[in-house]
Every structure is written in structure tokens, then in C-alpha cells.
Design a protein around this ligand. Structure first.
Ligand SMILES: [Zn+2]
Length: 408
């Protein structure tokens, strides 16, 4: 039986990293923010203490390399992201990065060097909160980043390029491309759903990651005086958007396993006595099956255009993010199954409803994910929680995997 030392180390580090926040209250750590910088600096110190060579790439991804004994530039990449949503929990992303650091630390403490290099990565742009699109770090490493992604701007008008320069990086879309020959990318992550808890398992193995598409919609009407414009003569962009948002919900409900969400709505000019002339909102649609998801998105687009036409308004729909469903590597799943069994648990397979850096990494090498049970399936919220016992279980499985993968 484990003395939980590995889990304790991981939980302590999760607490420590959670103190790096853009807000005084709660945890908010956006891409390239001051708290991202402070978190990366602390993490770099922990990586060095664990015997890793540390660098930051052109897109703000922190990379720690624990050299292998074979010295052949072949690497196993392990990690996740350290950016968060607003008012986040402590485990989403950070768990996978810190588990990887703790695993290398455990190896280094025993003087154990595996044949392959282990590269621990801490991506900075997974949540997509600050800029319209996401996964710049992992796409950069995989060599699939669209250069236009560097020209996107945040709400304050700061471009990714400018933010990267201020962060101390030399922004170039190709500047982050992996120089090693990665054999696999493995990401440990909280489940963010209730399946493992319901099944009574500390960890699960991901079979596929749902594909996601994000749209941004701008509805152009006419601003007008709220008192003097008769109801019949208005072109109210917000009431049109309200109808469109209900259509998003209705159409998504018609197809099994498809989910669609409107998470941001902005009415302009945003005054109590002015009819909103322009309303913007976002749509996020996901499914394990790309064709089903695309059919739903097409239906939504048609509905939006129909509503706009009927009300005499214009709707501009822009695609801001698109990622196909990602299948996890069958060989890595088998290896994780064996590691879970060797750690004393029965493997459980499940799909991921949330997007992850592993989706982008799949363009570079085979990918796999290990999910860790989280309380109530809650995530993106301060109530996000895992137990010490489950942290320890995930560490033992990860270490077992690293050793057995190297032995095979
Ligand atoms: Zn995450």
C-alpha cells in the first residue's frame, strides 16, 4: 500500500501554483498575464530542482527536459496547461503539469534515468478565455499553428504578438515547433464530468476527445431611442439574438450527444434607454462525431440567417475555432490499461466531452489521456476538487506508465 507521499507532493504543489492569480480573490490565470509569468517562473524552478533543463518556447510554453540514457533525442512528452478560466478551480490543467513534474522528481530522487527523454510541457493557452481561438501553445509545438492566430486581439485590443513580446517571448508561428522526435504525448487531467465518480474509479482512460467548433455571431440592427421608436419600426439586434440563442438550444437538443452553448452575449451600445444596434454572441458546439456536430452547426447557421432575414437585420457568422474529434492511440491505451492494473485498479474507458491540448498534439505524435476523478464532476469553478488518494493513484499510474513504456 502506498504511503501517499507522491500524492501529498502533488497536492502541495497544486496548492502552491493556485496562488498565482490575476485576481486577489479566486483563481484567474489568463494566457500571458502577469500571473502566468509568475506561475511559469515558479514551475521552472521546480523543474530545475527535479533535474530538468528548462526553456520557454516562442508561444509561452514552458518545457522541462529530463534527459534519457539512450541519448537519441527521442522523447515522451507529458503535460497539460497552466492557464485557467475566470474564477477557476485548482486542478484543471495544473494537475497534468504538476503530476509530470512530480513523476520526474520521483525518478530523479532515485537516480533513475529512463532510456527516452521525458519532456514536461506546460502550455499557456488552452482555455481560450483571453483571445478568440485556443491551443496556440500545443499547435505551435505540433507545427500546425495558423500565423493569423498571432494577430488576434483581446478585449483590451492587445494582440497575441504584442502580449507575447511583453511576456518575453519572440513570437513566430514556427518558432515553437518541436525539435525532438516525440514518440507520444500523455496528458493527465481531471475528468470534468461525473463518470468516474459514479463508477467508483480513481482514474480512467480516454478513448477520444469530442470535436468542438466555436462561432462568433454579430447581429447588426439599428440603434434608436428607447422612448421614441415605435415597436413595429424597430430593428432590435438583441431581441433577434435572443431568438437565435433559443434556436441554438432547440437544434442541439435534437441530436444525441451534441451539446451547444452560448456563453458570451454583448449588446451595444449597452445603455438603458437605447435600442441595441449591435449584439454579439458566441456559440460552442461539441460532439464525439464530427458529421453529427457539423450538421447541427449548419442547422444553427440556417436558423440564424432565417431569423435575421425575417426581422430585417444582418447577421455575420464567423468561425473562430474548429477541431475534429481526436482518437486516442490504441497502443497507448493498452499501455495505460496495464499501468492502471499494475497500480491495483480496473481500467475504465471513457470519451472526453471537453477539449484538451492532446487534440493539437495528435498532429505531432500518438496521444493518450488519463482522467482523474473529480468531486461531483465539477470543473471551471472554485469547488473543483480531487482527493489525496486519487492524486496518489494518478501519480502511481503515471510513473508505472513511464517506466513500462520505456521498457517496451
Ligand atoms: Zn484543462
Amino acid at each position: 500500500m502506498s504511503d501517499l507521499a507522491l500524492g501529498r507532493r502533488l497536492m502541495d504543489r497544486l496548492e502552491a501554483l493556485s496562488r498565482f492569480s490575476d485576481d486577489a480573490e479566486g483563481l484567474t490565470r489568463l494566457y500571458l498575464s502577469p500571473s502566468h509569468r509568475r506561475a511559469a517562473d515558479a514551475l521552472a524552478g521546480w523543474m530545475r530542482d527535479a533535474g530538468m533543463d528548462v526553456r520557454m518556447d516562442a508561444l509561452g510554453t514552458l518545457i522541462g527536459r529530463y534527459a534519457g540514457s539512450a541519448n537519441n533525442n527521442r522523447a515522451l512528452i507529458v503535460g497539460s496547461h497552466i492557464d485557467t478560466v475566470r474564477n477557476a478551480g485548482k486542478y484543471d490543467g495544473a494537475l497534468g503539469v504538476l503530476a509530470a513534474v512530480a513523476a520526474v522528481e520521483a525518478l530523479a530522487r532515485r537516480g533513475e534515468r529512463l532510456p527516452l527523454d521525458i519532456e514536461v510541457v506546460a502550455f499557456g493557452d488552452e482555455e481560450g478565455v483571453r483571445f478568440p481561438s485556443t491551443l496556440r501553445g500545443s499547435r505551435g509545438l505540433a507545427g500546425t499553428l495558423d500565423p493569423a492566430a498571432l494577430d488576434e486581439r483581446d478585449a483590451a485590443g492587445v494582440s497575441v504578438r504584442e502580449a507575447l513580446a511583453a511576456f518575453g517571448c519572440d513570437p513566430a508561428p514556427d518558432g515553437a515547433r518541436s525539435s525532438t522526435s516525440p514518440l507520444a504525448f500523455v496528458e493527465v487531467h481531471i475528468e470534468q464530468g461525473p463518470v468516474l465518480e459514479r463508477a467508483g474509479r480513481p482514474v480512467g482512460i480516454v478513448t477520444a476527445i469530442n470535436g468542438a467548433r466555436r462561432l462568433s455571431v454579430a447581429v447588426q440592427g439599428h440603434a434608436g431611442h428607447a422612448g421614441t421608436s415605435p415597436m413595429a419600426m424597430r430593428r432590435d439586434s438583441l431581441t433577434a439574438a435572443a431568438e437565435m440563442i433559443l434556436a441554438v438550444e432547440r437544434i442541439a437538443k435534437e441530436t444525441r450527444d451534441v451539446v451547444a452553448t452560448v456563453g458570451v452575449v454583448e449588446a451595444l451600445p449597452g445603455a438603458v434607454n437605447v435600442i441595441p444596434g449591435e449584439t454579439r454572441f458566441t456559440i460552442d458546439a461539441r460532439a464525439p462525431d464530427d458529421a453529427a456536430r457539423d450538421a447541427v452547426v449548419s442547422g444553427i447557421e440556417t436558423a440564424i440567417e432565417g431569423i435575421a432575414a425575417r426581422r430585417g437585420l444582418k447577421a455575420r457568422i464567423e468561425a473562430t475555432h474548429s477541431a475534429p474529434a481526436t482518437t486516442c492511440d490504441a497502443g497507448l491505451i493498452v499501455a495505460l490499461d496495464a499501468s492502471v492494473r499494475a497500480s491495483g485498479y480496473e481500467p475504465l474507458h471513457l470519451p472526453s466531452g471537453a477539449g484538451h491540448d492532446a487534440m493539437a498534439m495528435a498532429a505531432l505524435c500518438p496521444v493518450a489521456m488519463l482522467f482523474v476523478r473529480c468531486a461531483g464532476g465539477i470543473s471551471h469553478h472554485p469547488a473543483e476538487a480531487i482527493t489525496l488518494e486519487d492524486a496518489d493513484a494518478s501519480m502511481r499510474v503515471l510513473l508505472q506508465f513511464l517506466r513500462s513504456y520505456n521498457a517496451s
